[in-house]
Design a protein around this ligand. Sequence first.
Ligand SMILES: Cc1ncc(COP(=O)(O)O)c(C=O)c1O
Length: 385
Amino acid sequence: MPTTADRLTFFTESVIREMTRVANQYGAINLSQGFPDADPPPEVIAAGKRAMAEGPHQYAVTWGAPRFREALVKKQRHWMGLDLDADVHVVVTCGSTEAMMTAMMTACNPGDKVIVFSPYYENYGADAILSGAKPIYVALHPPDFDFDRDELHAAFMQKPKAVVLCNPSNPSGKVFSLEDLTVIADLAKEFDAFVITDEVYEHIIYPPHRHHYIAALPEMFERTISCSSLSKTYNMTGWRLGYVIASETIIAGARKVHDFLTVGAAAPLQEAAVTALELPAGYYDELTRDYTRKRDLFLHCLDEAGLTYTKPQGAYYVMVDCSEFGVSDDNEFCRWMAKEVGVAAVPGSSFFHEPVNHLIRLHFSRSEEILTETGRRLRKLKSLI
Ligand SMILES: Cc1ncc(COP(=O)(O)O)c(C=O)c1O
């Protein structure tokens, strides 16, 4: 019998999806897999119904339907402060997941090195393996998840082709400050590396923190491959709409990779999502207010349960420190917690390259009722240990 490819041995099945199965097994509240329980805005759903009735139903232009690209560029010109051209600077992809893979395959030759900050969103390891790149991990040190400039410099000394920047960051909730981004940008310029961003949480930021686009820093547009999606901003993770924004040269390459990976994102959904991209500024203000309320409620629940955590600056995850429970195996702890406490989290070790086993990740993109019920269950945690 023929054997399957060697590359499969280098990555395991997603721990997050495994924890979802565990949550279902024990009927636990599932705060492991990070998707919102809210629907897209009603006008976007209405546009979806219209698109289904009226089309388009056939392939869109592979790099994105013109109306979608125009609406996206109009929005991103405002937020990124860049003079973008819808015909030149964009590829529409099947989520940020495909955007990131497209970016890696566009930037890297097999054997190239890529800096990945650890803890990291699990896809980046697989993206590197599938594109033949070798990750160099640079620690974001808990509890503040700051990087050490000397460690980052040492990683750049290994001549990476690119650095992957998840900002705001999953799982840590870190928002890279302008100063952080300037350090990274200066190193990328000095060592002639690409910056590949994953900015899916660009609109989920807790004031006074602000999202800065590294692509907009001086001389960075030419070397930055900005990836993001509509998944989190408009509660449409299942629509699979994302994009790459970059210079004309990079996009010319990315279009080819994307064309052969997926041909294109769903045509009727691109049509309908124009309505989302055209939502007024107030939508983003309300999104911030809504998530700030959720974050504050959930952190209050964690306080009441006497838990120690790092306050998230962006995204909708919180890393909780379980070292006081004598946890040495966070996988076991998360299974136990799902069964006995009824709350499913992700073991932090699945995000770290370093041997970190005392953190678990919970997400709080859930209704206030569910977050309150989670708090009630977590208050039992200490008495059960
Ligand atoms: C950092 C990060 N990037 C990408 C994704 C997936 O995004 P998309 O639905 O656009 O593929 C997620 C989903 O949780 C994420 O947390």
